[in-house]
Ligand binder design. Structure first.
Ligand code: PMP
Length: 287
């Protein structure tokens, strides 16, 4: 079966799916995106993802490509046409195609919208959950508006590649005071020796993950205590559990940081119980 992508109003074969050479997403990273999980034929947390998309567009004074109802329809159609039961969709909106110039283009320039979808192999995630992952820490070097989900991800790309070259799978940004910011594509959580779940506040300095928000609903249901506060690398190294949250991995245990074992080098039970309860509590939209 050939993959299908949505590009500016049309469903096209994936190999031929393309945007204009002077698209501002391509030339300036002048675009925003969302990635949303699909599980058992259900879109997970769609409303929260579309709320965040609206916010990202607003923050960048970018036009919305279509109404929420229309967008939901197209997303579901892309998922159906790609026969995704378990996987993700990726949605990107840019400020459109225009002659290269830093100033915003004319207000009637239509935004570019593309949506792709793919199936994922659940055994890959299962392996991560069973074994945990190794990560490295890297100095925070991103701009201070990472709360906006823009496609400008070069520091994240370089951090992940560095992790790979050092035999790890992912990277955590740490600021100059040793405070843990977030992963290259995820939020970071620790479970303290007192069994408290801790993640840093999301007012600025990190992306406010949708999984992070829903995890708080899950924690409330499971009677787990959550604190939003900053924590340093030393506290993370001494934590009972450390894990990442993101739409693509939900809750991934971290067992090694910078070559040193954390959480006794094994995935923990708190992250496992959150993962088990997550899908039940998250919003589910049928395809
Ligand atoms: N931080 C960054 C930098 C990310 O790229 C992501 C994943 N998009 C997250 C956090 C987690 O966000 P979410 O739970 O919405 O996937």
């Amino acid at each position: 079966m050939s993959r299908i992508a949505y590009v500016n109003g049309q469903y096209v074969r994936h190999p031929e799916a393309a945007v204009h050479v002077e698209d501002r997403g391509f030339q300036f990273a002048d675009g925003v995106y969302e990635v949303c999980e699909v599980r058992q034929g259900m879109i997970v947390d769609l409303s929260r993802h579309l709320n965040r998309l609206d916010r990202s567009l607003r923050e960048l004074k970018m036009a919305s490509p279509m109404s929420r109802a229309a967008l939901t329809l197209v997303i579901r159609e892309v998922l159906r046409r790609n026969r995704v039961r378990n996987g993700i969709f990726y949605l990107q909106v840019t400020r459109g195609a225009a002659r290269r110039d830093h100033y915003f283009p004319a207000p009637d320039t239509p935004p570019t919208i593309t949506i792709t979808a793919k199936s994922t192999d659940p055994s890959v995630a299962a392996k991560k959950y069973a074994n945990g992952i190794k990560v490295i820490t890297v100095p925070e070097n991103r701009w201070d508006r990472v709360d906006i989900k823009t496609v400008g991800l070069l520091p994240n790309v370089l951090a992940k590649q560095q992790a790979k070259e050092q035999g790890a799978q992912d990277a955590i940004f740490v600021d100059r005071d040793g405070i843990v910011m977030e992963g290259a594509s995820s939020n970071v959580w620790i479970v303290t020796p007192e069994a408290e779940l801790v993640t840093r506040p999301a007012e600025h300095g990190i992306l406010k993950g949708i999984t992070r928000t829903t995890l708080m609903d899950v924690a409330a249901k499971l009677d787990l205590k959550v604190a939003e506060r900053e924590f340093k690398v030393e506290e993370m190294m001494a934590a009972r559990e450390v894990f990442f949250t993101s739409a693509t991995g939900i809750c991934v245990p971290i067992v090694e940081i910078d070559g040193k074992p954390v959480a006794n080098g094994h995935p923990g039970t708190v992250s496992a119980s959150i993962r088990d309860a997550f899908f039940d509590i998250a919003e589910k939209t049928p395809i």
